[in-house]
Ligand binder design. Structure first.
Ligand SMILES: Cc1cc2nc3c(=O)[nH]c(=O)nc-3n(C[C@H](O)[C@H](O)[C@H](O)COP(=O)(O)OP(=O)(O)OC[C@H]3O[C@@H](n4cnc5c(N)ncnc54)[C@H](O)[C@@H]3O)c2cc1C
Length: 245
């Protein structure tokens, strides 16, 4: 794995990395909660990613029918395996297969890394605001910050209906993230409620990007709250996980 050249990246001298199709081997399959699956893939000759980037996973049926969807990378660039967390959607064509059928040893066609805007490489402070599976690219950023010894750069508000539905809840709790649970009280005693503007206002750093990720409804609401708090729109970067077939 190569180290990110953070100085060059912060001065905009490097483009985000991009890679073509690869055949990945599934090494680990786990179901930390019943709401999704964590896949860890071995990708020979992969291009190192920046935290926040994603891959396309393509499934091909025996009759040649293909379906492909985008999935954010959860792992730190230095992790020897590439990690994904996929929410199991009712009737989801690709997420259902990945969550319920894929086994260790299977091969998957993947293309990436992709994306150069929704990225963060621990060169400046950031606020991550994420809901549901939108926490996946944010956990990659958190893991990267921890590995390079800059966890203080990261401020986080992560949201789900309940703690059980929040991917990577343990890591976010350990990092001191604001846990926003809309249908249950949080372990810190926060009463069940959607995220409030005052909570975000208290987290916004003096400089650096606000990275907002989740469903289209979640990102719309979070961006509205951030702008109402007075955050300049140029500081806000959004990744919306809508239907991507
Ligand atoms: C850049 C990017 C990164 C993404 N990263 C992740 C990730 O890390 N983890 C992850 O779980 N998903 C992620 N997604 C969403 C993912 O690409 C798929 O949209 C999702 O897995 C559904 O695909 P499916 O084939 O299972 O569902 P489909 O068969 O396409 O749809 C099934 C039903 O679910 C609805 N639906 C489709 N997508 C969504 C959605 N995202 N949220 C709610 N309802 C939906 C459809 O309208 C339909 O009713 C990402 C999307 C983008 C664009």
């Amino acid at each position: 794995m190569t180290e990110l050249d953070s100085d060059e990246q912060s001065r905009g001298l490097r483009r985000a990395p991009a890679g073509g199709w690869r055949t990945a081997v599934v090494r680990e399959v786990s179901h930390p909660t019943r709401f999704g699956v964590r896949l860890r893939l071995d990708v020979p000759d992969r291009v190192d990613h920046w935290p926040g980037q994603h891959y396309v996973i393509r499934l091909t049926a025996e009759d040649g029918y293909t379906a492909q969807r985008s999935y954010s990378i959860a792992s730190d660039p230095a992790d020897p395996l590439l990690e994904f967390w996929i929410e199991r959607l009712a009737d989801g064509e690709v997420s259902g297969y990945l969550a319920d059928v894929v086994e260790p040893g299977d091969e998957l066609e993947i293309r990436g890394p992709i994306g150069g805007w929704f990225v963060w490489t621990a060169t400046e402070p950031m606020l991550g605001v994420a809901g549901g599976s939108g926490v996946v690219p944010i956990v990659s950023m958190l893991r990267h910050a921890v590995r390079v010894g800059r966890p203080e750069l990261v401020r986080l508000a992560v949201s789900a209906r309940t703690l059980a539905e929040l991917p990577y809840a343990d890591e976010f709790t350990a990092a001191g993230a604001l846990l926003v649970l809309s249908r249950a009280d949080s372990p810190s005693g926060r009463a069940a409620a959607r995220i409030a503007g005052a909570e975000l206002a208290a987290l916004v750093p003096p400089s650096g990007p606000c990275l907002v990720c989740g469903s289209t409804a979640f990102t719309g609401a979070a961006v509205r709250l951030l702008t109402e708090c007075g955050v300049d729109v140029h500081r806000i970067r959004i990744e919306s996980f809508g239907p991507s077939g």
